[in-house]
Ligand binder design. Structure first.
Ligand SMILES: Cc1ncc(COP(=O)(O)O)c(C=O)c1O
Length: 523
């Protein structure tokens, strides 16, 4: 560091980049973004480095002196981009493959210079009012009644925590003021299926309810919550002096995108006076499709619903919505106006800081407004339909290849399947019995090998204790051709990964587009 700070050029120590230079940098960045988007397919989908590889290339000490943007951007190209899993790559088929879109990127860019804090209406009227408007738009797209009003959070995990905080206060009034301890309260219980997301337990941990009070209800052969088991669990808990507080029904479970019988669960909740939360983090977007109206069955019985538009309504991460029937219930639990903001909250308009633990809030509504205006309802629906078409197409290919088995019927954009011809399965009378554990390992190996190759990216999950491969469609850049290529990579890799002694001498015909009528169920 230079001894005398006065020697620095003025703009380096004070103020901002001069406008002309900033303009030049913005143009450069615009080109960078356009090039990245245009050529993303030429990148590896994922790196294959060991942990620490990125850190090794970066200085341990923060810079003492400012560096030019060009140099920083050069390092993004050199170190950051190769060190990323490219979720926007058309061959990225992992998790719930959310997507980048050009309008989504533009929306994100737009919010950067505005950089407001949308905590109260007065701190940014446009951010507050636009949030109300886009929540209303999505509500209409989903056909939800106007009893529901929404608030934007970053993630579904945060949404469910807020919903359950309200459920907790309604089950044990005054918890907001007094907390839970030393009040002689019964243990409060939450029920959700064995397929539901772990955000239920995380919320229970954060709210002091205890993760063991989240009861995992068994699911049926289609991975949907078993309503009889739910009724039994609730009854048993009541008999044991415990207090049922909430049921979480899932519309689009994490592994298979299965859908719980929300209508039946809702009726049970109504009768038993239990809070019903619907986790539609993934499935929520698909509920916009007229042919998927059945997904919305029972939503009218909910107390709260979480939807992640960053998963299926094309808004860039992060953007999750919590709808609450009578949003005032949420406000009653979280409104706490610090003295220094009292003057800011006098207007009748909503102050979104009252609806959660966050005070400072990003202007997230802007990017939703940009993308939803750019695509319109028709554009959203058409793209979701394409995801469903591709998922069903892949399921057909899997069904036609006797070495693989579909592990669950495809739901929305998710396909789970398993390679079953790998081990000790060279046909009837094979001397080596197939072992499920070895097949688990083989399926896991196939996924790892593909991901390490950088050519495609998928994930694995466990269904009924067995490892399966999982593909989640969602990227607008993923076409039928990409999926075809991914399926070929999976087929090839499975052949390479299976133990060599088990490969039949004559390689059977396995291509989906050249079906071999002679192929046995397991070749
Ligand atoms: C069904 C379901 N609910 C909740 C979540 C949590 O989402 P988030 O990452 O927004 O917290 C996920 C994550 O994938 C999910 O699959």
């Amino acid at each position: 560091m230079k001894e005398n700070a006065m020697e620095y050029p003025k703009q380096q120590l004070l103020g901002d980049t001069p406008p002309e230079e900033f303009r030049k940098q913005l143009h450069e960045l615009a080109d960078w973004i356009a090039d990245f988007r245009e050529h993303i397919e030429s990148l590896r989908v994922a790196p294959n480095d060991k942990p620490g590889a990125i850190r090794q290339q970066l200085p341990r000490r923060a810079p003492d002196e400012g560096e030019p943007f060009e140099k920083i951007l050069h390092d993004v190209d050199r170190i950051i981009v190769p060190g990323m899993v490219h979720w926007s790559h058309p061959m990225f088929l992992g998790y719930f493959g959310w997507t980048s879109t050009a309008p989504g990127i533009l929306g994100e860019i737009l919010s950067a210079p505005l950089n407001v804090n949308a905590m109260t209406w007065r701190t940014c009227p446009a951010a507050t009012e636009l949030e109300t408007v886009v929540m209303e738009w999505l509500r209409q797209w989903l056909g939800l009644s106007d009893e529901f009003e929404g608030v934007i959070y970053d993630t579904a995990s945060v949404g469910i925590m807020h919903a359950l905080a309200v459920a907790r206060d309604e089950a044990a009034p005054a918890t907001r003021k007094l907390g839970l301890s030393d009040r002689n309260l019964p243990r409060l219980r939450i029920y959700t299926s064995d397929q539901a997301h772990s955000s239920a337990e995380k919320a229970a941990i954060a709210l002091g309810l205890g993760e063991e009070n989240v009861i995992r209800v068994p699911s049926d052969d289609q991975f949907r919550m078993d309503i009889n088991s739910l009724g039994q669990s609730i009854g048993e808990d009541r008999r044991n002096g415990l207090q049922p507080m909430a049921v979480i029904a899932t519309v689009g479970t994490t592994s298979t995108a299965s859908v719980d019988p929300v209508g039946d669960i809702g009726n049970l909740c109504r009768e038993a006076k239990i809070w019903l939360h619907i986790d539609a983090a993934y499935g929520g977007g698909f509920a916009m499709l007229p042919e998927y109206e059945w997904l919305r069955k029972g939503w009218e019985l909910a107390d709260s619903i979480v939807i992640n538009p960053h998963k299926t309504v094309f808004v860039p991460l992060d953007f999750s919505v919590l709808y609450v029937r009578d949003l005032e219930r949420l406000r009653r639990v979280f409104s706490l106006v610090p003295e220094y903001l009292r003057g800011d909250t006098v207007e009748a308009e909503k102050n979104y800081m009252d609806y959660g633990i966050q005070l400072g809030r990003r202007f997230r509504a802007l990017k939703a407004w940009v993308i939803w205006r750019s695509l319109g309802r028709a554009g959203v629906v058409a793209r979701l339909r394409e995801q469903i078409r591709l998922a069903n197409l892949l399921a057909d290919w899997i069904k036609k290849d006797g070495r693989f088995e579909l592990s669950a019927e495809p739901s929305m954009g998710v396909v789970c399947f398993r390679f079953v011809a790998g081990i000790g399965d060279a046909g009837p009378g094979s001397p080596i019995p197939a072992t499920a554990d070895k097949l688990d390992q083989l399926n896991s190996d196939i996924v790892e090998r593909i991901n390490a190759s950088g050519r495609a990216y998928l994930t694995q999950t466990k269904l009924r204790g067995r490892t399966v491969m999982r593909i989640g469609l969602g990227n607008v850049l993923t076409t039928e051709e990409h999926l075809r290529k991914a399926w070929e990579i999976i087929q090839e890799t499975a052949e390479v990964a299976r133990p060599k002694s088990q490969i039949p001498k004559t390689k059977s015909q396995t291509s989906f587009n050249q079906p071999n009528p002679k192929r046995s169920k397991r070749d």
